[in-house]
Ligand binder design. Structure first.
Ligand SMILES: NC(=O)c1ccc[n+]([C@@H]2O[C@H](COP(=O)([O-])OP(=O)(O)OC[C@H]3O[C@@H](n4cnc5c(N)ncnc54)[C@H](O)[C@@H]3O)[C@@H](O)[C@H]2O)c1
Length: 250
């Protein structure tokens, strides 16, 4: 049950690597956390409420989205301080292999659902003078082979973050966090069968390591706190310096 006067956070992709850290950090900071994911609620996820949501369907099917919004509003007791659009899907493939369905799913989960959720909960976040935080990616700016669908979705998410910042003005603060390699299943999936390359990944970051999910969550908590109210429309790199590095074999 939620507690009156406590701040409330709604977090998507809550059972994933970064999602779990977001839930824990916001819960530990005293937020009522309502978590969502496409999976069933894991028994060890400590949150005030949980709702299973398929964000691809949420983006496609207006009736389903309305039902989900109603359920979430009920669980949230019609209050929301922070919406964290964290869920994403990473379908790897290039121009030879990516299907129409791959593109639709990628853009629905990674881009359209964050917009529609922001739109759906605007009255509540606005009333709370709250904040939307989109979890983007370094792939919004710097990418590699076979990431075209994912990279395009994250570049568009960055564009959407900036455009909504202009659109929403002072009503709601909106920002994005753009991590590089963070130690989660999503990252490991991209390195399946490439253990040696995964090992090299850490050392290719100027900080000589991969990032941890809790670092993303702590940055989100700082953004949500409102202590830095002027932070609005920003896409903040959290990349151990790799985005500053020139790869040059000479
Ligand atoms: N791990 C990294 O290295 C890294 C780097 C940069 C950005 N990110 C971003 O961080 C966020 C979290 O990623 P993660 O690393 O924790 O990955 P993850 O795969 O562990 O988590 C993603 C979550 O999104 C959920 N999801 C996928 N499709 C969904 C759907 N249709 N409906 C509802 N939920 C759905 C998954 O079930 C999963 O729990 C993502 O936005 C990702 O793009 C991750």
């Amino acid at each position: 049950m939620s507690t009156p006067n406590r701040k409330t956070a709604l977090i998507t992709g809550a059972t994933g690597g970064i999602g779990r850290s977001l839930v824990k950090v916001f819960h530990d900071a005293g937020y009522d956390v309502v978590a969502t994911d496409i999976t069933e609620k894991p028994s060890d996820l400590r949150c005030t409420g949980y709702q299973k949501v398929d964000l691809a369907r949420y983006a496609q099917d207006e009736t389903y989205a309305t039902e989900i919004n109603d359920v979430l509003l009920y669980i949230l007791k019609r209050r929301l301080d922070v919406l964290i659009n964290n869920a994403a899907i990473q379908i790897l493939g290039g121009a030879d292999t990516l299907t129409r369905h791959d593109w639709h799913t990628t853009l629905e989960v990674n881009l359209l659902a964050p917009f529609l959720l922001t739109q759906a909960f605007l009255p509540q976040v606005s009333a709370a003078k709250g904040s939307v935080i989109n979890i983007g990616s370094i792939h919004a700016r710097l990418t590699k082979k076979n990431f075209v669908a994912y990279a395009t979705s994250k570049a568009a998410l960055a564009g959407m973050t900036r455009a909504l910042a202009v659109d929403l003005g002072p009503r709601v603060r909106i920002n994005a966090i753009e991590p590089a390699a963070i130690e989660t299943d999503m990252l490991k999936m991209g390195f399946e069968g490439k253990a040696d390359l995964y090992a090299q990944l850490g050392s290719s970051h100027p900080q000589q390591r991969i990032g941890q999910p809790i670092e993303v969550a702590r940055l989100a908590l700082a953004i949500a706190s409102g202590d830095i109210e002027f932070l609005h429309g920003a896409c903040i790199s959290l990349d151990g310096g790799i985005g500053a590095r020139l790869f040059d074999p000479t």
